[in-house]
Design a protein around this ligand. Structure first.
Ligand code: NAP
Length: 512
């Protein structure tokens, strides 16, 4: 069985014992082990800070951008192999594996382009300079400079490639070295990427470290200039934020956590219209892409009561076209859940929801998914969502959605979405401008992103599940309160904003 190592202090290192086992979820076969026991993680962070940090800070934005572009190319050159590894370890069909691998290379390339545009600077000017005294000679200007620590990136199991890339792209471009820790259960694609990057020799020593396996005592060694960017469950985010060392050092923590993302259907939408077809198409995709194991997948749909039956009928037809089975079978559109442990988790969460809901499509399974049994899509109906708190609290991280009635009033629709206390993304479907505007302003405070689905974009929409490097990713409250990507905004997490005061000519001469 393959042993996955960590790349720390510019060399491959093996953990000493207690390895975790990685599986092929389509077959249940054990395929690799990973251990971090005995690794000196304090020394690893110090090496990254002291060796990788200066190397990256000496590079201009254009040079850092070129590095990202070259990393993207190096990974893309191994695309076919990485797609196969993804399918084997993450249980994703070819199409879903492309979503992760191509998402990774695309995001690195996008930030490569931003670096090129920023040119030969090593820090950023933030806004215009301003007079801050009685005379124009006394001047103020904000600048942003890279932090002197390490960006510690702890990722979830569902995007082993994109999760690594979307975080690294922003930190590298800002000028901060990175330590990537993928989720252990699906670490194989990230591990192969690590091998490719090390073999390429692209990253100067210490700029990129890779911890493969349990997090160990890593967070006991953070300092005030380090950043922790975490993606995973709200429960783990709480544990990380609550750590004494993190609190004592005021370490920046960005959390991308669970989210019960929602769709709201306007009362103007007619069955069979272009907007209706877009809604059904996107809901089907959100339920089944990556077997519903996307943080941005839709979990709740609010719609006028008279549309519920038609929605169930339309979903019966669209879901019947999604063949479910082994990710190795090319005719299959939806593979199994990504890890053997996920099946009982998803089943139990679904049971909790189903107590006060009708099961409209599929069934709550009894088994444990042993041997790669896929999780079939399930559609629930909750008739009384205002008095059923669990539909807004329990995240079923699989191919499941709950349909719920609302009056058609945009203020009420927005309030229903907000019952889950913050989401990554909400989607509305309507061609009524007043409804769209009123609902948008209700949704925006509670959602990191709002997709306004309508007939005007029916042929262009990429759906709510796709996160773009140019738009922010992250949401308030339950969704973690984080913010990633969004073009240049993504660099803020890794840079210190400093207000500079002094003589205007001096400031202008020094800062350019
Ligand atoms: P998880 O159990 O919270 O694990 C996430 C990561 O945290 C893994 O790398 C894990 O390492 C690590 N970890 C576990 N305990 C830790 C601790 N005490 N200190 C530091 N790190 C620790 O989440 P998951 O099961 O991998 O992912 C599923 C969840 O992620 C879902 O709830 C989903 O909604 C959420 N998610 C959110 C986003 C987003 O962008 N908002 C994206 C994807 C997924 P090990 O694997 O070694 O245990």
């Amino acid at each position: 069985m393959q042993e996955l190592k960590s790349f720390l202090q510019n060399e491959w290192q093996s953990g000493t014992d207690k390895p975790a086992t990685l599986f092929d979820p389509s077959t249940g076969e054990a395929i690799a082990t990973a251990s971090t026991a005995g690794l000196d993680l304090g020394a690893a962070l110090a090496y990254a800070r002291n060796t990788g940090g200066p190397a990256l800070r000496a590079m201009t934005f254009a040079e850092r951008g070129e590095l990202l572009t070259n990393m993207s190319k190096a990974i893309h050159a191994h695309r076919a192999e990485l797609l196969e590894i993804s399918t084997r370890n993450a249980g994703t069909t070819l199409r879903d594996s492309k979503f992760d691998i191509d998402g990774a290379t695309g995001t690195l390339a996008a930030y490569g382009d931003i670096g090129k545009e920023l040119g030969d600077r090593t820090f950023l000017l933030d806004g215009e300079g301003m007079q801050v005294g009685r005379s124009p000679r006394f001047h103020g200007q904000h600048i942003q400079v890279p932090l002197r620590g390490v960006a510690i990136h702890i990722n979830a199991f569902n995007f082993p490639a994109w999760g690594f890339a979307e975080k690294l792209a922003c930190a590298f471009l800002a000028g901060v070295p990175v330590l990537t820790k993928p989720a252990t259960s699906t670490a194989l694609p990230s591990y192969r990427i690590a091998e490719i990057l090390v073999e390429s020799g692209l990253c100067p020593a210490g700029t990129w470290s890779f911890l493969c396996g349990s997090v160990g005592d890593l967070l006991q060694h953070v300092t005030a200039q380090d950043v922790v960017a975490f993606t995973g469950s709200a429960a783990t985010a709480r544990v990380i934020r609550g750590q004494e060392r993190i609190i004592a050092q005021s370490v920046r923590v960005n959390a991308e956590a669970d989210s019960l993302n929602a769709m709201v259907i306007g009362p103007d939408v007619e069955v069979g219209s272009d907007t209706w077809d877009l809604f059904i198409r996107e809901l089907t995709r959100e339920m089944t892409q990556k077997s519903g194991q996307k943080c941005t997948a839709t979990r709740r749909v609010f719609l006028p009561e008279n549309l519920i039956t038609a929605t169930v009928e339309a979903l019966k037809d669209s879901l019947a076209e999604v063949s479910v089975g082994s990710a190795h079978d090319e005719s299959v559109r939806m593979g199994p859940l990504s890890t053997p442990g996920q099946y009982p988790d998803v089943r139990d969460a679904l049971k909790e929801l189903a107590v006060d809901c009708e099961v409209a499509i599929g069934q709550v399974p009894d088994g444990d998914g042993a041997g790669g049994v896929p999780f079939e899509p399930v559609v629930l109906i909750c008739r009384d969502p205002k008095n059923t708190p669990q539909v807004h609290e329990v995240e079923v991280f699989g191919p499941c959605v709950t349909l719920m009635p609302y009056s058609g009033d945009p203020i009420e629709g927005g309030a229903m979405v907000a019952l889950s206390n913050g989401c990554l993304v909400a989607t509305m479907y309507s061609d009524d401008l007043e409804f769209t505007k009123d609902l948008l302003l209700e949704l925006a405070p509670w959602n990191g992103r709002v997709l306004m689905g309508s007939k005007r974009i029916a042929d262009h929409s990429t759906g709510p599940g796709i996160v773009m490097p140019s738009l922010v990713h992250g949401g308030p409250g339950r969704a973690g309160g984080g913010l990633e990507l969004g073009g240049l905004r993504g660099l803020n997490l890794y840079m210190q904003t400093c207000a500079v005061q002094g003589s205007r000519p001096v400031i202008e001469k020094i800062l350019g």
